[in-house]
Design a protein around this ligand. Structure first.
Ligand code: NI
Length: 273
């Protein structure tokens, strides 16, 4: 089981502009600056203990382009997600960004992130309690309530694809949860897994967190999470990617950024064709 009380912090790699992985202020200052340089607009969806939950949006060149939603930082000990967002916003080519309408929630749980602890300041899980036909799992966290207040905006933003970026601090291998409108994982799931396993060994078949996993993928598992909620509401496909917290932070940030870049490229591939 995951120790939700434990605080996890790591030394950041040198190019992050901060020393420790839980420096949310340094992260957000750079994120907002980079987002502006790359053509994103920033708005606050709401505040939790006076910390804004930021939403970054960047329009595609064509109005009928795919609409993608990327979210990160639900769990405070999963540092590589939000730092990976910063890396991805810096690295993504303008050409690939121009092909999609992209919405980014870079840090959903700022109080957890600053503490390096999984849940928010009140012990609530920001990635559970979303409305679900599959499970009874309320009520939502403070962060969840803010996201649900913007349900219409988020559903529209993630209509053609949702990527939720997580880590599993207990393991040394990469895996992901994915959702597709098919019986087996397709190109979307496999491309994200490949971007993850380029950096780490693949999680073995069996069980992960009580879920059956095969070929590194837990498939179409509805659990009251943010991404499962968006799928239940009609999103075309979604993934919750997990980098291994037992591996070096620099590799985890690189893997997260690579998966985000792949997600954007995959989403835009059809539009470019
Ligand atoms: Ni997580």
């Amino acid at each position: 089981m995951i120790d939700t009380e434990k605080s996890w912090t790591w030394e950041l790699p040198p190019d992050c502009g901060a020393q420790l992985s839980n420096d949310g202020a340094a992260l957000l200052a750079q994120l907002l600056q980079t987002a502006q340089l790359r053509g994103f607009s920033a708005r606050e969806l709401g505040r939790v203990a006076d910390h804004p939950i930021w939403c970054l949006t960047r329009p595609a060149r064509r109005s009928d382009a795919p609409r993608l939603l990327l979210a990160s930082g639900f769990h405070g000990e999963e540092s590589a997600g939000p730092w990976g967002v910063l890396r991805a916003l810096r690295d993504a080519s303008t050409e690939s960004l121009d092909r999609v309408h992209l919405t980014v929630l870079p840090l959903v749980n700022p109080t957890g992130f600053n503490a390096g602890r999984r849940f928010n300041e009140w012990g609530e899980n920001p990635n559970r309690g979303y409305p679900s036909l599959a499970v009874e799992d309320g009520p939502p966290s403070r962060e969840g309530r803010i996201l649900l207040e913007h349900a219409e905006l988020l559903l529209d933003a993630g209509r053609d694809g949702v990527l939720s970026c997580h880590e599993d601090v207990g393991v040394e291998q990469a895996y992901l949860y994915s959702f597709e409108r098919s019986a087996r994982p397709g190109a979307f799931s496999q491309a994200l897994l490949a971007a993850n396993t380029a950096h780490f060994p693949c999680y073995p078949d069996g069980l992960v967190d009580d879920c059956p996993i095969e070929g590194g993928i837990v498939f179409n598992h509805y659990d009251g999470s943010f991404e499962a909620w968006l799928m239940e509401q009609g999103a075309l496909r979604a993934a919750c990617v997990e980098t291994p917290g037992q591996q070096p932070l620099a590799s985890r940030i690189a893997a997260q950024a690579a998966m985000m870049t792949a997600f954007i490229a995959l989403g835009g591939a059809k539009a470019a064709a």
